[in-house]
Design a protein around this ligand. Sequence first.
Ligand code: GDP
Length: 176
Amino acid sequence: KLKDRECRCLVLGLDNSGKSTVVDWILATYKNRPRQSITPTVGFQIHTVPFRGHSVQLWDVGGQSTLRPYWDNYFDKTDVLLWVVDAAAIARLEESMGELTTILRNRDRLGYNCRIVVLLNKKDLAAELPTVLERLQRDLVREWRLENVPIEVRASNALDGEGLATLLPLVVWGRE
Ligand code: GDP
């Protein structure tokens, strides 16, 4: 059935982490759309991307703090929550992890079997990337796996797409 072929990926994270740039890379790569100059996401946008016979919906939700109370509304039936982090903004790492933790504590609102991918974006600017990666693996991933939350951490550069090619395979995973 066509419905079974629809997958949903919710793209969330603090403002300026690179969400729109990640989405732009995906649209350029899988829909042959020319890359576009990015303006801050206002409200939200839904994009549909064909991938391996699936129809992947990308929900790009603005990250400004005024919009955060509305994130909840989009959680339904999410297959993958892509949590985008500016890995170069060490000063905002705690805020970002705090927001993610709030979501994970209320994860009954997410779709059944929703998987979490934490994307450490702007790896090209992140001199401290190995430290951040190690810290998240040790604290976040271990802690939530104990609670049976499937969560993994990836690093990416959304400008050139490094680290992004494995995202859509993750989203459709389990649907084939
Ligand atoms: P959003 O607010 O989370 O949607 O963030 P944007 O996608 O608008 O990106 C914020 C800024 O970071 C823009 O100027 C992007 O060009 C830049 N940016 C996004 N990803 C990367 C990356 O991987 N590396 C670098 N150097 N800049 C990036």
